[in-house]
Design a protein around this ligand. Sequence first.
Ligand SMILES: O=P(O)(O)OC[C@H]1O[C@H](OP(=O)(O)OP(=O)(O)O)[C@H](O)[C@@H]1O
Ligand SMILES: NC(=O)CC[C@H](N)C(=O)O
Ligand code: SF4
Ligand SMILES: [Mg+2]
Length: 498
Amino acid sequence: MIPTHSVTADEYPNQATDPISHDHRLDKPEEACGVFGIYAPEQDVAKMTYFGLYALQHRGQESAGIATFEDEKVHLHKDMGLVSQVFNESVLTQLPGNLAIGHTRYSTTGSSRKDNAQPAVIPTRLGSLALAHNGNLVNTVQLREELVETKVSLATTTDSELIALVIAEAVNAGADWLEGASKAFHRCQGAFSLVIGTSVGVMGVRDPNGIRPLVIGTLPGNPVRYVLASETCGLDIIGAEYLRDVEPGELVWITEEGLASYHWSQKPQRKLCIFEMIYFARPDSIMHNESLYSYRMRLGKQIAAESAVDADIVFGVPDSGIPAAIGFAQSSGIPYAEGLIKNRYVGRTFIQPTQSMRESGIRMKLNPLKDVLAGKRVIIVDDSIVRGTTSRKLVKTLREAGVIEVHMRISSPPVTHPCFYGIDTDNQDQLIAATKSVTEIAEQLGVDSLAYLSRKGMLEATREDTNSFCSACFTGDYPVTIPEQVKRSKLILEKVAV
Ligand SMILES: O=P(O)(O)OC[C@H]1O[C@H](OP(=O)(O)OP(=O)(O)O)[C@H](O)[C@@H]1O
Ligand SMILES: NC(=O)CC[C@H](N)C(=O)O
Ligand code: SF4
Ligand SMILES: [Mg+2]
């Protein structure tokens, strides 16, 4: 267990100790986070938040934190590590309150260190606010400059703290919580699904495009109490029932009076991240009234229809490639088998911060079943190829295990563009499909054949309006304009207008 300590909001540092220029990971997105919020005075809100974060652990594994509000008093505990390492029974008992918010982080703006862990707690004229953010702003530099100009001191190098500070600025200028928050959101550009705690209640907010998910649940009992979570798996774990999504451009305000809804943005236009559906969110989470497991199975069926090939067995790359592989097997009639066994104690390799950690992580994580594979023609299905690290290693491993033909099928299109909204698909020059054709990638990976899913197949399989998704990492068509200087940091191969 990692030793932890609890701090009150008053002890929270408010001096900038990590100037922007010293932070090598500023504006270098890596992943998306998990957020959770609950208003339930009759419950142990810290413990409920702990369980909610536990279910959202796949969204961020660097740090975790919980803030509870006990009337005017804020209790905050956060540290580096997994939820199970940061919290234990005795820490949780030091977090009493009527309401709580929580966060699991994968840093996207600001380095991975304790000061940058969330929730961010900021004092205001109306008392403290605590904020947990999933997403990534694209106007961080501009916001930071505006705040520095008004002599606001920064305690962290995250974009999330800036959101909290602009809310505080509006509140300190005389606005109430709701006015202050909606004023502040107009200054933020990019992806933000937020859960905000105050002494009065909990807010749930989504940016006008609803790029990152955020759902509302209800707890059984009288009066009805409300819960917010990044995904429905965060509701299931505490026995809350899924009510609905927070809508793009919506603010829900959960207090003793119940839940009130406000539409703070005049121009909401839904652009949910399609990568959440393909890979990032948990397969047991519900989006559009069905599990992502079902959507991913349909993707597998679709790629089987688009790129059939003869083989002896089909298997998926654990974990996230499995539903699509099952769909492929069902549709093609080729038997599904397990070809790789995953060491369940190794997490997501895609989200490791360095390439060498990713490389060693894959070997530790996946081991071939030689007796199943030897002498076979195999179809291996994965949800995505980003840098190509996983596939390159796996093909080598399969050949060593005696496989005679490797046919790789990917249940998404080639990733050609970086993400600026909170998932680390890396700089453009690191994306294998940004510089190579499918034939060249197949050669580099050493497969007998390689096929990706079509963009049309990916979008139509959602059974939703195909315009209601962000799919910029497959197209370069970014729904929220990226400032030129931010573009230049990652769109290395494109001609960026200056
Ligand atoms: O081309 P790459 O850069 O290697 O990235 C793509 C791989 O990373 C992800 O898996 P990961 O192992 O991170 O997580 P999972 O266990 O949820 O599948 C994804 O499912 C691909 O397998
Ligand atoms: N991955 C995320 O959603 C992280 C939120 C925020 N941008 C941070 O870096 O802390
Ligand atoms: S660019 Fe890709 S990963 Fe980023 S939000 Fe859009 S679809 Fe998701
Ligand atoms: Mg994977």
